[in-house]
Design a protein. Structure first.
Lengths: 478, 474
């Protein structure tokens, strides 16, 4: 009996077989240079909704949008009758494909880069493609007031990691305010000193100190370069500081600040500090109480990247309301709806639709929350975020209006290539089931025999891809 | 520092709302709570209330009245849709439904032209009222008792009628829920509630609705944030541990059986030695006799099989909760007539090689196989309002739309044995109704009127109040 149970268990736990990687579409060679989607409802985002319209994709770009378009002889033609085409969804806060999320040992880790820990085989990427998502802002975690550097990627699942990197996206850095950087939920270990800061006062102090140092460092380099420019010889250059360099870029407007925050006081703190040091916060992330200080956020010129209705999971999330998107939008803030979760990322269309329920945003305003607005927040609005001629062909075909709960993605394109197709996915399932059955019979996966060692189920290969609030999940426990 | 932070915000709310805060229940909860309250009292003018804001959280029950909702498109769920129909509500019940009904002269008439009448939704697995803020506010968490076997931990005892989650859930159309303890092996007893009431007993429809058992797991469950399942350690050890845990449960249930027999025997024949009363075992008697249902939390195939087998052995009336792998053994569940409360619609698939939609379409597969099922958020409370989206997502992946609607109305009522009172728009049922401007499951739809227990409930919540307070700040 035990044996039987063990066998059943094994069947249900052979979870790290390398099948994930094979789930991607093997379409690289099959992707023609032209694709014509015919007779669909096209949600352009920036130029309204076009009925019975064709979209012509050529060499990875949107070549034409209009009626009765003609593709060349080799073009892939797809019937869009009754279907909806919308730009690929852009998730402005993701931790997918990161093998590590938080370098939480120091209060300032601007030298750490998410680019160094990308795992292109993370199967959640495929699940996100199946939700019509094409671009992710991969952010460092929120363990420290100044965290690591971000990476903006296109979800080119199945391709080498270098192809994921979004060319030309503005570099960014993660800041974090409130409970997470002050480590409210991290336990005290006997004999282990808590990391500074421990209060919201300390969070401000850490950021102020870092920018003060960065300003001096910037000045040192400027003086050095000026002296070199004057022809002075035998100068010793300032020592390079990898921690301060990204902060200098922030001061110079060359790197976007994405600041995790919740409460009114900390939002205003960072606005004031940024004004004082002369930089802009590009996005406040989560910014659950943003609706209380929408005016100040708009005046600063910051964007807001928020949850639709996620709230109450910790004290600083208790005043969150689902009307946040509407209030901020009405105040003139560029708002995006993000996931911060591989799960939610698969249905950002529904999250956007909630802004119509709470606060009565229009259909177009709701769609912007997950397309052109996050594109603006990442500095990629000239490439993606709307269906316009010349933009990247990153889009998805939906079987119903994407703001409907009943909608499902049929096909997802990035740069004109198909990275998810439901029919292909369904067609491959029998083959994958056979592969699984074969692997289950393989020697290492057999049930334990007498005297033999019980098989060890594999360890989780990566952290949970949520950062905020799952403190224990983000960091390797000591 | 949390205290001062909260108090600052509370003062802000207080000023904005211009309401006087009322003393909250938590004040007396423990000395720590008392200490926090004292700190609050020192730092603000407000007297100590647990986290929260005024009015909607104070949830005073509204009076019943007589209503006639006219010219509505009525989605009865139990029968055919009725176009241009009327629903009459009186004394807390649905008195009439149809196109040609008598409207009492005392009725307050509501013109619902262009609107839809639906039964209120029921979320059959929540922790509503048992937890306010899960992280960093342990004083507000009353879900899990100490120890493994707590059949006598009763949700109805700790149900906080003034939790902000209650109004927040109902204004989006969830009128009923099962609120259940969690933790340990035998977690306790769930309560089936109306999402309206000033006291737990006003809210409770079935105070002791089900016993909740966490069937021993092979691996940890995904966290509240939808994180991945914890890895399994040594499989043989895990199996041995699980078997021991099942034995623990078995022994307690057997003891309860014996206890019930002894008490019955003594009731008939007082010459027998009088058995001592035991509140813990006594609470189990209706469950071990198969009168009341036992909810088994079980997700993996082996766990579900184990729970079904165990329930059969012990002659229990089982309900599977979770059921992520239920589709794999649909024929068994149908054969044994074991219903499933599907909570994982929006979970990430548990295994890397699972199809991306394996949990989206779990409900559709169960429905096609003829298994009794319903859909729940499985949420602790804050996000119960997303229930229609769980059903809608199942519909996007193969569940017929009407079935999706039933999965959050009639089916949970049937599975929880209250379909005589709840779950559809039918004469004689409790008047728990929502009037909408569109499809109840669509996120863009707005609720226009809400009735619970025949009472018209204002569409206000902590969230609408904060919205009103701040939306016009310039």
């Amino acid at each position: 009996m035990n044996r039987l149970i063990a066998r059943l268990l094994l069947l249900s736990t052979v979870c790290t077989l390398p099948l994930g990687a094979t789930r991607g579409q093997k379409t690289t060679e099959q992707n023609p240079t032209e694709t014509l989607i015919r007779n669909a409802t096209v949600l352009t985002i920036t130029q309204g909704t076009l009925e019975n319209t064709d979209v012509l994709i050529r060499k990875g770009k949107i070549a034409a949008v209009g009626k009765n378009l003609k593709g060349s002889a080799g073009a892939r033609v797809m019937d869009g009758t009754g279907k909806f085409v919308m730009p690929g969804i852009i998730d402005c806060h993701s931790h997918s494909m990161l093998d590590a999320i938080n370098e939480g040992t120091l209060a300032v880790t601007s030298m750490a880069h998410t680019r160094d820990v990308l795992n292109p085989t993370d199967v959640d990427l495929y699940r996100e493609l199946a939700g019509g998502v094409t671009t992710l802002n991969l952010l460092h975690g929120s363990a420290n007031p100044i965290g690591g550097l971000n990476t903006v990627v296109k979800i080119k699942y199945g391709r080498p990691v270098a192809e994921f990197i979004f060319p030309g996206a503005m570099p960014g850095i993660k800041f974090a305010l409130g409970e997470n950087p002050k480590r409210s939920s991290s336990p005290n270990f006997p004999g282990v000193q808590r990391r500074y800061p421990n209060t919201r006062m300390g969070v401000e102090e850490v950021i102020r100190d870092a920018f003060t140092r960065a300003r001096d460092y910037k000045k040192a380099w400027e003086e050095y370069r000026a002296a070199v420019g004057k022809g002075e010889k035998n100068l010793i250059p300032p020592r390079r500081d990898l921690q301060l360099e990204p902060l200098v870029e922030v001061l110079e407007g060359k790197r976007y600040v994405h600041a995790h925050c919740y409460r009114t006081d900390e939002i205003l703190m960072l606005i004031n500090l940024a004004d004082e040091f002369g930089f802009k916060v590009k996005t406040f992330q989560h910014v659950l109480e943003g609706y209380k200080v929408a005016r100040e956020i708009a005046q600063h010129g910051a964007g807001a990247s928020i949850f639709a209705d996620f709230w109450g999971y910790k004290i600083e999330a208790y005043d969150a309301i689902p009307y946040n998107a509407a209030i901020l939008t009405r105040a003139g803030v560029v708002v995006s709806m993000n996931s911060d979760s591989d799960e939610r990322a698969r249905r950002l269309n529904i999250e956007a639709a909630k802004a119509m329920h709470y606060g009565d945003l229009s259909e177009e305003e709701a769609l912007k929350l997950i397309t052109i607005n996050p594109a603006i927040q990442l500095g990629i609005q000239n490439r993606v975020g709307s269906i316009e001629v010349g933009k990247d062909a990153d889009l998805a075909i939906w079987n119903a209006h994407p703001l409907s709960v009943y909608a499902r993605v049929d096909t997802t394109f990035i740069d004109g290539d198909i990275f998810f197709d439901r029919q292909q996915d369904l067609a491959r399932r029998p083959e994958l089931a056979k592969e699984r059955a074969r692997l289950e019979l393989a020697e290492p996966n057999k049930p334990p025999t007498q005297g033999a060692q019980s098989p060890q189920a594999p360890r989780r290969r990566r952290p949970t891809n949520e950062d905020d609030d799952t403190w224990e999940g983000d960091i390797d426990k000591p | 520092m949390i205290t001062t932070g909260r108090s600052r915000r509370r003062r802000q709310n207080n000023t904005v709302r211009g309401e006087r805060l009322v003393k909250g229940k938590k004040k007396d909860a423990n000395f720590g709570g008392f200490f926090v309250v004292m700190l609050l009292a020192l730092t603000t003018n407000a007297s100590g209330q647990q986290i929260g804001n005024p009015t909607t959280q104070q949830d005073v029950t509204f009076p019943r009245s007589t209503y006639a909702i006219r010219n509505a498109h009525i989605i009865t769920v139990g029968g055919a849709d009725i176009d241009n129909g009327t629903v009459v509500i009186r004394d807390g019940k649905i008195e009439a439904v149809g196109t040609n009904v008598n409207i009492p002269s005392s009725a307050k008439q509501i013109d619902a032209h262009g609107l839809f009448v639906y039964p209120g939704m029921m979320d059959p697995s929540t922790k509503l009222g048992l937890v306010e803020v899960g992280q960093g506010a342990n004083g507000t968490v009353d879900t899990s008792e100490t120890g493994e076997l707590n059949p006598n931990a009763k949700a109805v005892i700790a149900l906080n009628p003034h939790s902000a989650h209650i109004a927040i859930s109902r204004v989006d159309g969830v009128t009923n829920a099962v609120s259940a303890p969690a933790g340990g092996l035998i977690s306790g007893q769930a309560v089936l509630i109306n999402l309206l009431g000033t006291t737990p007993s006003e809210m409770a429809i079935v105070p002791y609705a089900a016993l909740v058992i966490n069937y021993p797991r092979i691996a940890g469950r995904a966290g509240d944030f939808g994180g991945q399942q914890q890895p399994i350690g040594n499989l043989s050890e895990t199996l041995a541990t699980n078997e021991r845990q099942v034995d623990q449960i078995r022994k307690m249930l057997r003891d309860a059986e014996s206890y019930g027999r002894a008490q019955d025997a003594y009731a008939k024949d007082h010459s027998l030695p009088r058995p001592d009363r035991n509140v813990v075992l006594e609470s189990l008697v209706p469950y071990v006799r198969g009168v009341q249902p036992v909810i088994f939390q079980a997700d993996r195939e082996a766990e579900i099989r184990g729970a079904v087998k165990f329930a059969e052995e012990m002659k229990l009336k089982p309900i599977i909760l979770g059921g992520n792998d239920a589709w794999k053994i649909a024929s068994l569940l149908k054969e044994k007539n074991v219903p499933v409360i599907v909570t994982g619609v929006l979970d990430l698939p548990g295994r890397e090689d699972d199809p991306y939609d394996v949990l989206y379409e779990n409900a559709a597969k169960l429905q096609r196989a003829g298994v009794r099922f319903c859909i729940s958020t499985g949420d602790s409370g804050a996000h119960v309002r997303n229930l229609p989206l769980y059903a809608g997502m199942a519909a996007a992946f193969g569940l017929p739309k009407l079935e999706a609607l039933k999965a959050v109305t009639l089916y949970p009522a049937q599975i929880m044995n209250v379909a005589d009172r709840l779950g559809s728009v039918e004469v004689g049922k409790m008047a728990n109704l929502v009037v909408t401007d569109g499809d109840l499951l669509e996120p863009r739809t707005h609720i226009r009127y809400l009735f619970i227990d025949g009472r018209e409930v204002p569409l206000t919540s902590r969230h609408t109040e904060l919205n009103e307070a701040f939306k016009n700040r310039r």
